[in-house]
Design a protein around this ligand. Structure first.
Ligand code: IDP
Ligand code: MG
Length: 162
Protein backbone atom coordinates (compact mmCIF):
# COMPACT_ATOMS: atom_id res chain seq x y z
CA UNK A 1 0.00 0.00 0.00
CA UNK A 2 2.99 2.32 0.43
CA UNK A 3 3.70 3.40 -3.15
CA UNK A 4 6.06 5.67 -5.00
CA UNK A 5 5.00 7.93 -7.85
CA UNK A 6 6.62 10.48 -10.17
CA UNK A 7 5.69 14.11 -10.57
CA UNK A 8 7.25 16.71 -12.84
CA UNK A 9 6.88 20.43 -12.32
CA UNK A 10 6.56 21.26 -16.03
CA UNK A 11 8.33 24.28 -17.61
CA UNK A 12 5.33 26.61 -17.05
CA UNK A 13 5.31 25.71 -13.34
CA UNK A 14 9.04 26.34 -13.00
CA UNK A 15 8.97 29.58 -15.04
CA UNK A 16 5.95 30.95 -13.19
CA UNK A 17 7.80 30.42 -9.90
CA UNK A 18 5.21 27.96 -8.61
CA UNK A 19 7.57 25.06 -7.81
CA UNK A 20 7.62 25.75 -4.07
CA UNK A 21 3.84 26.10 -3.81
CA UNK A 22 3.33 22.93 -5.84
CA UNK A 23 5.78 20.90 -3.77
CA UNK A 24 4.16 22.23 -0.57
CA UNK A 25 0.78 20.80 -1.58
CA UNK A 26 2.25 17.31 -1.52
CA UNK A 27 4.36 17.84 1.60
CA UNK A 28 1.34 19.28 3.41
CA UNK A 29 -0.56 16.05 2.67
CA UNK A 30 2.26 14.08 4.30
CA UNK A 31 3.75 12.65 1.13
CA UNK A 32 7.50 12.11 1.43
CA UNK A 33 10.03 13.37 -1.12
CA UNK A 34 12.39 10.45 -1.79
CA UNK A 35 14.06 11.84 -4.94
CA UNK A 36 14.30 15.25 -6.61
CA UNK A 37 16.27 16.88 -9.44
CA UNK A 38 16.11 19.54 -12.15
CA UNK A 39 16.64 18.52 -15.77
CA UNK A 40 16.12 20.01 -19.23
CA UNK A 41 15.08 17.06 -21.36
CA UNK A 42 15.53 16.61 -25.11
CA UNK A 43 13.06 15.39 -27.75
CA UNK A 44 14.17 11.77 -27.52
CA UNK A 45 13.71 11.60 -23.75
CA UNK A 46 10.38 13.47 -23.97
CA UNK A 47 9.08 10.92 -26.48
CA UNK A 48 10.17 8.11 -24.15
CA UNK A 49 8.41 9.70 -21.19
CA UNK A 50 5.25 10.28 -23.26
CA UNK A 51 5.46 6.99 -25.17
CA UNK A 52 1.68 6.37 -24.97
CA UNK A 53 0.52 9.81 -26.12
CA UNK A 54 0.89 9.31 -29.90
CA UNK A 55 -1.36 6.25 -29.76
CA UNK A 56 -3.88 7.95 -27.47
CA UNK A 57 -4.08 11.40 -29.04
CA UNK A 58 -2.25 11.36 -32.40
CA UNK A 59 0.93 12.88 -33.77
CA UNK A 60 -0.14 16.55 -33.64
CA UNK A 61 -0.86 16.53 -29.90
CA UNK A 62 2.26 14.48 -29.20
CA UNK A 63 4.42 17.09 -31.01
CA UNK A 64 2.68 19.92 -29.16
CA UNK A 65 3.30 18.17 -25.83
CA UNK A 66 6.94 17.37 -26.60
CA UNK A 67 7.55 21.05 -27.49
CA UNK A 68 5.86 22.06 -24.21
CA UNK A 69 7.84 19.75 -21.94
CA UNK A 70 11.15 20.88 -23.44
CA UNK A 71 10.36 24.61 -23.29
CA UNK A 72 12.60 24.83 -20.21
CA UNK A 73 13.90 22.80 -17.27
CA UNK A 74 11.55 20.63 -15.25
CA UNK A 75 11.76 19.48 -11.64
CA UNK A 76 11.33 15.73 -11.26
CA UNK A 77 10.23 14.40 -7.88
CA UNK A 78 9.50 10.95 -6.53
CA UNK A 79 6.88 10.99 -3.78
CA UNK A 80 6.14 8.16 -1.37
CA UNK A 81 3.06 7.50 0.73
CA UNK A 82 -0.10 5.46 1.23
CA UNK A 83 -1.73 4.88 -2.19
CA UNK A 84 0.60 7.63 -3.44
CA UNK A 85 -0.33 7.25 -7.14
CA UNK A 86 -4.03 7.87 -6.58
CA UNK A 87 -3.55 10.49 -3.86
CA UNK A 88 -1.08 12.50 -5.94
CA UNK A 89 -3.47 12.46 -8.93
CA UNK A 90 -6.24 13.72 -6.64
CA UNK A 91 -4.10 16.64 -5.43
CA UNK A 92 -3.02 17.30 -9.05
CA UNK A 93 -6.56 17.58 -10.50
CA UNK A 94 -8.02 16.81 -13.92
CA UNK A 95 -5.90 16.99 -17.08
CA UNK A 96 -7.74 20.00 -18.56
CA UNK A 97 -7.41 22.99 -16.22
CA UNK A 98 -10.94 24.31 -16.92
CA UNK A 99 -12.27 20.97 -15.62
CA UNK A 100 -9.89 20.74 -12.64
CA UNK A 101 -11.62 21.50 -9.32
CA UNK A 102 -10.61 24.38 -7.05
CA UNK A 103 -8.31 23.05 -4.34
CA UNK A 104 -6.32 21.01 -6.86
CA UNK A 105 -3.02 22.31 -8.25
CA UNK A 106 -4.29 22.48 -11.83
CA UNK A 107 -7.63 23.99 -10.72
CA UNK A 108 -6.03 26.68 -8.56
CA UNK A 109 -3.18 27.78 -10.82
CA UNK A 110 -4.44 27.32 -14.40
CA UNK A 111 -7.68 27.52 -16.38
CA UNK A 112 -7.10 26.78 -20.13
CA UNK A 113 -9.46 24.37 -21.91
CA UNK A 114 -8.68 21.56 -24.35
CA UNK A 115 -10.87 23.20 -27.03
CA UNK A 116 -9.10 26.58 -26.75
CA UNK A 117 -5.63 25.00 -26.70
CA UNK A 118 -6.28 22.86 -29.77
CA UNK A 119 -8.02 25.63 -31.72
CA UNK A 120 -5.15 28.08 -31.11
CA UNK A 121 -2.48 25.36 -31.32
CA UNK A 122 -1.34 26.17 -27.76
CA UNK A 123 -0.16 23.82 -25.07
CA UNK A 124 -2.50 22.51 -22.39
CA UNK A 125 -0.35 24.25 -19.75
CA UNK A 126 -1.36 22.32 -16.66
CA UNK A 127 1.79 22.82 -14.56
CA UNK A 128 2.59 19.29 -13.53
CA UNK A 129 2.80 15.71 -14.67
CA UNK A 130 1.80 12.91 -12.31
CA UNK A 131 1.96 9.17 -13.00
CA UNK A 132 -1.56 7.94 -13.76
CA UNK A 133 -1.30 4.29 -12.71
CA UNK A 134 0.91 2.09 -10.51
CA UNK A 135 2.43 0.55 -13.65
CA UNK A 136 3.15 3.97 -15.16
CA UNK A 137 4.69 5.10 -11.85
CA UNK A 138 7.10 2.16 -11.78
CA UNK A 139 8.13 2.70 -15.42
CA UNK A 140 8.51 6.47 -15.06
CA UNK A 141 10.54 6.32 -11.83
CA UNK A 142 12.89 3.88 -13.57
CA UNK A 143 13.20 6.20 -16.58
CA UNK A 144 13.95 9.33 -14.52
CA UNK A 145 15.90 8.09 -11.48
CA UNK A 146 18.65 5.61 -10.78
CA UNK A 147 18.41 3.55 -7.56
CA UNK A 148 21.19 5.61 -5.95
CA UNK A 149 19.19 8.83 -6.50
CA UNK A 150 16.31 7.58 -4.32
CA UNK A 151 16.47 7.78 -0.53
CA UNK A 152 15.01 5.93 2.47
CA UNK A 153 14.53 7.96 5.64
CA UNK A 154 11.91 8.58 8.33
CA UNK A 155 9.58 11.56 8.54
CA UNK A 156 7.23 12.62 11.34
CA UNK A 157 4.36 11.72 9.01
CA UNK A 158 5.14 8.06 9.44
CA UNK A 159 4.09 8.53 13.05
CA UNK A 160 1.17 10.92 12.51
CA UNK A 161 -0.32 10.57 9.00
CA UNK A 162 0.35 6.99 7.90
P1 IDP B 1 -2.35 13.72 -17.54
O1 IDP B 1 -1.18 14.67 -17.62
O2 IDP B 1 -3.46 14.27 -16.67
O3 IDP B 1 -1.95 12.31 -17.17
P2 IDP B 1 -2.64 12.74 -20.29
O4 IDP B 1 -3.94 12.35 -20.91
O5 IDP B 1 -1.69 11.65 -19.92
O6 IDP B 1 -2.99 13.65 -19.01
O7 IDP B 1 -1.94 13.78 -21.28
C1 IDP B 1 -0.59 14.17 -21.06
C2 IDP B 1 -0.48 15.66 -21.29
O8 IDP B 1 -0.77 15.94 -22.66
C3 IDP B 1 -1.45 16.53 -20.52
O9 IDP B 1 -1.04 16.78 -19.19
C4 IDP B 1 -1.50 17.78 -21.36
O10 IDP B 1 -0.41 18.66 -21.03
C5 IDP B 1 -1.30 17.23 -22.77
N1 IDP B 1 -2.57 17.13 -23.51
C6 IDP B 1 -3.59 16.28 -23.29
N2 IDP B 1 -4.59 16.46 -24.17
C7 IDP B 1 -4.19 17.46 -24.97
C8 IDP B 1 -4.81 18.13 -26.09
O11 IDP B 1 -5.93 17.85 -26.50
N3 IDP B 1 -4.06 19.12 -26.67
C9 IDP B 1 -2.82 19.48 -26.25
N4 IDP B 1 -2.22 18.88 -25.21
C10 IDP B 1 -2.89 17.89 -24.56
MG1 MG C 1 -0.81 10.95 -18.22
Amino acid sequence: MIERTLILVKPDGVQRGLSGKIISRFEDAGLKIVGMKMDWIDKKFAEKHYSDIGKRYGKRILNNLVDYIKEGPVIAIVLEGVNAVENVRKITGSTYPNEALPGTIRGDFSHISKIYANKKNKKVGNLIHASATKKEAIEEIKLWFSVSELFNYKTVHEKHTQ
